[in-house]
Ligand binder design. Structure first.
Ligand SMILES: NC(=O)c1ccc[n+]([C@@H]2O[C@H](COP(=O)([O-])OP(=O)(O)OC[C@H]3O[C@@H](n4cnc5c(N)ncnc54)[C@H](O)[C@@H]3O)[C@@H](O)[C@H]2O)c1
Length: 276
């Protein structure tokens, strides 16, 4: 897909991977709509991108609310008249052992991490298809959409859902011979502040009582592990490349696919599949 002069909407665009996408798309001549919950980081992103010569509009949007995602689409149309690319990237995640996850935490993570992309696809697909110039929908899942790590049940469920959503969308678009394409980003560790940012948004009722110290420690361990992760700008470039080349899978750490083999290998080893 040609990117020069095209319009991209990025949720969670004020920091981390979303900001990396914004940088990569700006360098490729795209015009941007950045949506996020963090007004200060949105303002900083707008200032920096505008100073670098990119046309950008920023807007507050909670992706877990359909009406706010619809308002985001309207903002993009009012400013630029059309949309070519949507990146459903906003997300949160915190570790808790499955037996301790409160229903408020389940709802929060599924609402943001899964309903957010569902609302995005539902709202933006017709807009992106309507102008006939081609376009692309990308959603940020995770390696947690392919393998199920401990203490991350709600996040894993949401991210598996995002992979399924985008894989199905990609096939449905091809069957309909649509000029629009879809892809899914499954990052491994990326150097962002996701754990710290997620704590800020977590519903107060979801905060753990039992084992809270252990969960806090696990969260800090994840955050320090991410500090040695890939730079978000490199992830943005991978997504840009997928959009330009129409590739579906965007993997930042392909070597981590061995975790998928390790999780599903026993299905093959115990003969279940060869007997079927
Ligand atoms: N950092 C990693 O290692 C990693 C790995 C795999 C997947 N991911 C995924 O990447 C995406 C981006 O995360 P990141 O690591 O850049 O973290 P980040 O915290 O830097 O970025 C996420 C952004 O989403 C925003 N946000 C949170 N809730 C929101 C809501 N309800 N509506 C709108 N915006 C909201 C935050 O304010 C933040 O700016 C997420 O979907 C995350 O699950 C991250």
């Amino acid at each position: 897909m040609e990117t020069q002069g095209r319009i991209a909407v990025i949720t969670g665009g004020a920091s981390g991977i979303g900001r990396g996408m914004a940088n990569a798309f700006a360098a490729a001549g795209m015009k941007l709509v950045l949506a996020d919950l963090d007004d200060d980081r949105l303002a900083a992103a707008e200032q920096e991108l505008t100073a670098a010569g990119t046309e950008v509009v920023t807007t507050r949007c909670d992706v877990s609310k359909l009406e706010e995602v619809e308002a985001l689409a309207q903002t993009a149309l009012d400013r630029f008249g059309k949309v070519h690319v949507l990146c459903n990237n906003a997300g949160i995640g915190l570790p808790t052992p499955t037996h301790n996850i409160k229903l408020e935490d389940w709802r929060w993570m599924i609402d943001v991490d899964l309903w957010g992309p569902i609302y995005g696809v539902k709202t933006f697909l017709p807009l992106i298809e309507s102008h006939g110039e081609g376009g692309h929908l990308n959603s940020t899942a995770s390696m947690a959409g392919l393998v199920s790590s401990p203490m991350m049940a709600a996040y894993n469920v949401a991210k598996h859902g995002v992979v399924a959503l985008m894989a199905t969308l990609e096939r449905d678009l091809r069957v309909r011979k649509s000029v629009v394409r879809a892809s899914v980003l499954c990052p491994g560790p990326i150097n962002t502040n996701i754990s710290r940012n997620s704590v800020q948004y977590r519903p107060s009722k979801a905060k753990p009582k039992a084992d809270g110290a252990a969960e806090g420690k696990a969260g800090s361990a994840i955050q320090s592990m991410l500090e040695s992760g890939m730079h978000p700008d490199d992830v943005g470039n991978l997504v840009l490349d997928a959009i330009q080349r129409d590739s579906f899978w965007v993997l930042t750490h392909p070597e981590m696919m061995k975790l998928v083999t390790r999780q599903f290998g026993p299905m093959l080893d115990d003969g279940t599949l060869t007997r079927a």
